[in-house]
Design a protein around this ligand. Structure first.
Ligand SMILES: [Zn+2]
Ligand SMILES: [Zn+2]
Length: 348
């Protein structure tokens, strides 16, 4: 190769392998039936600098790509011609496509997700949205439920209900580190998210989760009425010391520390870890509501890429420790073992 490889996409039906390079080129090969030979087909001068992601769309014969040059581009895989491009606000780090409606989803390092509608040779901006406090690190699209998952360096995954058209976004909190890779198994409805600390969370997406409430504003605790520290008038009138404001994650009320001293997990709101709740919400949460809706596993390496083959139950991870691990899903647990040592960790 004329430059180091940065990403790739393989289409099993056509045995087409598209490889992105550090110099902005995408090189395409066709693999022989016995996988013993690869024939160069063509090169696309797709980007000014490193290609960060490639997606081959067989149905439309399109090659979608993003680059370090903050460009999204798409090419015709038959003619090799560039069909169009779009400049994103930051370097893209997640790319998904819905074949049916021709919408492309681009997540970027600023935390924004952009939706574009692609035509044969032009595109229109549909919308942009932002829900993470850190950059988007991975995107996953479920074309059946019409749901987009975004993973972020802010440790969370957000499930965006695009098909529901009500703007529902549900946060999934199950990692103690950056979420770096996502994989979705359509027919088992399992979302797999992998963290920088090696944590793998398998989310049961059959569970109906609720959105977290908006945090309410108040100048005094909505439980015991003690003033918060900026409420000088009430502090003076009642000769009380101002308190710090906290919020109950379940009801969203503004409460003082004393009225929210207990913690609870709220899996049906996406909180698999214990979070602050007010005393009355703590009493109201039942043990059934506390039952986890995800399983937790430790891969023992910093995962940069994950692939889940749901039909066989196989999971493949690659990490910055230069190890690829393969494993299988056995009775609620992943058994992972190192497969091979590679020279350079890559994200594809
Ligand atoms: Zn209080
Ligand atoms: Zn509450």
């Amino acid at each position: 190769m004329p430059a180091p490889c940065s990403c790739m996409s393989f289409n099993p039906e056509t045995r087409r392998l598209s490889i992105g390079l550090d110099n902005g080129t995408i090189s395409e090969f066709i693999l022989s039936e016995d996988y013993n030979k690869m024939t160069p087909v063509k090169n696309y001068q797709a980007h000014q600098s490193r290609v960060t992601m490639i997606l081959f769309v067989l149905e439309l014969e399109w090659v979608l790509s993003t680059g370090q040059d903050k460009q999204f581009a798409w090419h015709c895989s038959e003619s090799g011609q560039r069909l169009g491009g779009y400049r994103t606000s930051a370097v893209a780090s997640g790319l998904q496509f819905d074949v049916e409606t021709r919408h492309v989803f681009i997540g970027d390092q600023s935390g924004q997700v952009t939706i574009l509608k692609l035509e044969q040779d032009n595109c229109t901006l549909v919308t942009t949205f932002r829900g993470h406090t850190g950059g988007v690190t991975a995107l996953c699209w479920d074309p059946v439920q019409r749901v987009l998952f975004s993973g972020s360096s802010d440790h969370s995954v957000i499930m965006w209900d695009i098909g529901g058209r009500k703007g529902t976004a549900i946060e999934l909190q199950g990692h103690n580190d950056k979420v770096q890779a996502l994989s979705y198994a359509q027919h088992t409805r399992q979302l797999i998210s992998c963290g920088g600390d090696g944590g793998i969370v398998v989310w049961n997406m059959d569970v109906e989760r609720q959105e977290t409430p908006e945090w309410l504003d108040s100048d005094s605790c909505q439980k015991c009425d003690q003033p918060f520290f900026w409420n000088f008038k009430q502090m003076w009138d009642s000769k009380k010391i101002g308190l710090r404001q906290h919020h109950c994650r379940k009801c969203g009320k503004a409460v003082c520390g004393k009225c929210s001293s207990k913690r609870s997990s709220i899996p049906l709101m996406g909180f698999e870890f214990e979070v602050r709740v007010c005393d009355s919400c703590h009493e109201a949460i039942t043990d059934e509501e506390r039952a986890p809706t995800a399983t937790f596993h430790d891969s023992k390496h910093n995962i940069v890429h994950v692939h889940f083959d749901a039909t066989r139950g196989w999971l493949l991870t690659s990490g910055t420790d230069k190890v690829i691990k393969v494993g299988c899903h056995l009775s609620e647990a992943f058994l992972l073992w190192p497969y091979v040592n590679v020279q350079e960790p890559r994200t594809g």
